[in-house]
Design a binder for this molecule. Structure first.
Ligand SMILES: Cc1cc2nc3c(=O)[nH]c(=O)nc-3n(C[C@H](O)[C@H](O)[C@H](O)COP(=O)(O)O)c2cc1C
Length: 245
């Protein structure tokens, strides 16, 4: 098996890091590797805010729902979708700014995810561990104030990076037959396959927690979709200039 494929298949989030610092040269390489990802309409709609200040890290860890690895990872950075940098040039070219369509929001957000994941793959290829931090969207207004984010820019997620101080099990994913369909959206066989998968996931949680009930995947995601999810996001994004036209 090709080593890149092996690497991708060995991903797991890391939430405990050693004190070892990431050399500046390596970090710069990771940024360049991430930046090489495809970018919709060549927008290059990602801005990364790297946070080194200890107090800011502590505040962000708290704002993200008290996630300690935000403080303890060698590096913590926030990936922002950025329509401002490009939008600044509308006036220079005497064009009206129309960068507040839903489509622009999608373009910039997809750009962020692609760049982050390329950076993550590069990082994991040199033995670093990572954990995405969507928790920063618990308090997007406070995070934006702390980072002085202007209109047209919003924080999509944070990323912890560092040398792993744990070796967690790989978390099993859904069977490929469930997620890859031939020609049309055909759900045949899904119920049975997902039932078998649920048992694997219960087992995974049982072994991670040392016994207990072990929640299934279906119960976990049904709960997720039965509850309101960060209902403040629409108003926050509109306030940041993402108008969903
Ligand atoms: C956009 C995004 C946001 C996430 N936010 C958090 C987070 O705030 N805290 C956390 O501990 N893990 C977070 N995760 C990690 C997921 O929980 C994890 O990827 C998932 O459970 C699968 O586990 P694995 O990465 O170990 O395979 C996030 C993942 C993604 C992609």
């Amino acid at each position: 098996m090709n080593s890149v494929i092996e690497l991708l298949k060995s991903h797991r989030s890391i939430r405990k890091f050693t004190d070892k610092v990431i050399e500046q040269e390596l970090l710069e390489d990771l940024f360049v590797a991430g930046q090489a990802a495809a970018t919709s309409s060549f927008l290059q709609g990602t801005t990364i805010v790297r946070i080194s200040n200890k107090d800011t890290r502590e505040k962000l860890a708290e704002l993200a729902g008290n996630q300690p690895y935000v403080k303890t990872a060698a590096e913590f950075m926030i990936f922002c979708a950025d329509l401002k940098r490009a939008g600044n040039y509308c006036e220079a070219y005497e064009k009206p700014f129309e960068g507040d369509f839903t489509e622009h929001f999608i373009i910039a957000t997809v750009d962020v995810a692609l760049m982050a994941q390329s950076l993550v793959t590069a990082a994991e290829s040199v033995g670093l561990g990572i954990c995405y931090i969507g928790g920063i969207r618990n308090n997007p207004v406070e995070v934006s104030k702390l980072l002085e984010l202007p209109r047209g820019v919003y924080p999509v997620f944070g990323l912890c990076l560092g040398y792993p101080d744990q070796e967690p099990e790989i978390k099993p994913r859904l069977p490929i037959s469930v997620i890859v369909k031939e020609e049309t959206y055909n759900e045949e066989g899904d119920v049975d396959n997902i039932e078998k998968y649920d048992e694997r996931i219960r087992e995974y949680y049982r072994s991670r927690t040392g016994g207990g009930h072990g929640i299934s995947w279906t119960e976990q995601v049904a709960t997720l979709l039965s509850e309101k999810s960060r209902p403040h996001m629409k108003k926050y994004l509109e306030g940041q200039g993402f108008k969903f036209k």
